[in-house]
Design a protein around this ligand. Structure first.
Ligand code: FAD
Length: 471
């Protein structure tokens, strides 16, 4: 038996034969991501059922030098969760670690395992009359381990911060199989280096998150939601500032969509329609939350819309009159990603710039894209309030998809160079994975890359944790 085969047998002994997948059909869902951009091969897909099993797997991997690719809900957008094509790595899926260990509604925390889906974590919090505010369109599928490993953002970062801000502690299996129990639920703990924050956002390259202590917040009494039509991005910026001034931290979302982004949703996604009288170049979805008496959030948002209309910042708007209507407005925004797929190739950029520079960024990016591919169509949407745009560029209608996608490198280089000149980031929330590895070194200083490499070498000296990702 060759050494790799011996290791595979040992892995299977840890998790049990039925959770050590070698059959290609059974492996398939773990080897490709939903956009079909990344496809890998694996010697085995392992589905451990406990932290101890994860630790045993890492001991064996460390012994034998086999690369391990951690995977949660497989919704990542930069290929970080997909193994290489060599077929020598193993995927370790955390989805069976799906227990809620404790919930402390009074103390404001809960401890959940890595494979609990984000939607489930929200539900559990709600059952305890608390709020776990992280919210992404992929929340039914993505896992707590995955959202922490990517430091996910989403639609409520504006008020509550990203995944990092909502984590109190972690349990992590290290590259050599040791378990770090950092499941503290303290708000204040200045006892040396912050190991928790090192693992958050490390995309499975420094350790495997097996459980997390998460913050629970008070639930808002009321949420008010509106969709407005905006003539141009300068007005969007003014509207954002106005909404912020009137609602303060009650402004829980300010999402932007271009006309094309919303047109594609209405064209391709069932049960969607634009609830405004005529099309507009830009739209924003605003959400105001209030802990106070019923009606306070609606009154604030209504006031914002009236003022905005008087100042000419918006040309039309609808304030949701029911939860169903609010959900259908959110459905428009949350369908923006999937609506691009039927349009053929899409070159994606998840960027952020200082918020005041968004209008300028969009104006300057357009001619760059047009010069590389005449007729390519920017489908711009995103978390405007965080300065984060998904600057996705769909192919010209009728163009060969593969030919279009072959322009990815040139187009991204141009867009990312612009982002960098404007003081922005080439990955606002999706991470680096395998997609932006080359780009990372173009924009980080030598000092920063060197520090990152030294941290990686310390925590994973054999290079077995998610090889080929991030660095
Ligand atoms: P996976 O895709 O399985 O893995 C992602 C990365 O984390 C990989 O590098 C993997 O190796 C690593 N990893 C996974 N689990 C662990 C673990 N337990 N320990 C260590 N490493 C691990 N992202 C946003 O930030 N904001 C959005 O608004 C947003 N919207 C989305 C909308 C759609 C429709 C889709 C499909 C995706 C969206 N995403 C968004 C991206 C994605 O959902 C997030 O990155 C999510 O956090 C990934 O979680 P996951 O469980 O699916 O992780």
């Amino acid at each position: 038996m060759d050494p790799a085969e011996g290791a595979l047998q040992r892995f299977a002994d840890v998790v049990g034969r039925q959770h050590a997948l070698t059959d290609p059909d059974q492996q398939l869902p773990y080897l490709r991501e939903w956009r079909d951009r990344y496809f890998g091969r694996a010697a085995m897909v392992l589905r451990p059922g406990s932290t101890l099993e994860v630790a045993r797997i890492m001991e064996i991997a460390s012994d034998t030098g086999i690369g391990v690719v951690p995977q949660g809900g497989n919704t990542g957008l930069v290929g970080g969760q997909i193994p290489s094509e060599a077929g020598t790595q193993v995927v370790i899926s955390l989805t069976r670690l799906n227990r809620v260990r404790t919930i402390d509604a009074v103390g404001g925390s809960m401890i959940v395992e890595a494979g609990v889906t984000l939607a489930k974590a929200q539900e559990v919090a709600e059952e305890a009359d608390r709020l776990f505010p992280l919210s992404l369109a992929s929340q039914e599928s993505c896992d707590i381990g995955g959202v922490l490993a990517t430091n996910a953002g989403g639609v409520n970062v504006l008020a509550y911060g990203n995944a990092r801000n909502l984590a109190l502690g972690l349990e992590v299996v290290l590259a050599d199989g040791q378990i770090w129990d950092g499941l503290r639920t303290l708000k204040k703990d200045n006892t040396g280096y912050d190991l928790r924050d090192l693992f958050i956002g490390s995309e499975g390259t420094l350790g495997i998150i097996t459980a997390a202590a998460l913050k629970l917040l008070p639930r808002p009494r009321e949420k008010a939601t509106a969709l407005v039509a905006i003539p141009d991005l300068d007005q969007a910026l003014k509207l954002f500032r106005l909404a912020e001034a009137r609602a303060h931290s009650g402004l829980t979302a300010f999402e932007l969509m271009s006309r094309l982004a919303i047109d594609l949703v209405v064209r391709h996604v069932a049960d969607t329609r634009l609830p405004l009288s005529k099309p507009s170049p830009w739209y924003a979805l605003l959400e105001v939350s209030s802990p106070d008496v019923e009606g306070a959030a609606s009154r604030t948002l209504e006031g914002v819309l009236t003022e905005a209309s008087e100042q000419g910042l918006i040309s039309d708007g609808v304030l949701a009159a029911s939860l169903a209507q609010a959900n259908s407005l959110w459905h428009l925004r949350e369908s923006a990603s999937e609506a691009q797929k039927p349009e053929g190739g899409s070159i994606k950029h998840d960027i952020s710039v200082p918020i005041a520079r968004i209008p300028d960024f969009v104006r300057r990016a357009e001619p760059l894209v047009e010069a590389i591919c005449p007729g390519a169509r920017p489908v711009v949407f995103g978390h405007f309030g965080d300065g984060n745009l998904h600057y996705n560029v769909s192919q010209p209608p009728g163009m060969d998809k593969a030919r279009y996608l072959s322009l990815w490198g040139r187009m991204s280089e141009a867009v990312h160079d612009l982002v960098s000149r404007m003081g922005g980031s080439i990955s606002a929330e999706h991470g680096i994975g395998q997609m932006k590895r080359g780009e990372l070194v173009r924009f980080k200083s030598d000092v920063e890359i060197d520090l990152m490499r030294r941290i990686k070498a310390t925590l994973d000296p054999k290079g077995i944790l998610n090889p080929g990702k991030v660095l």
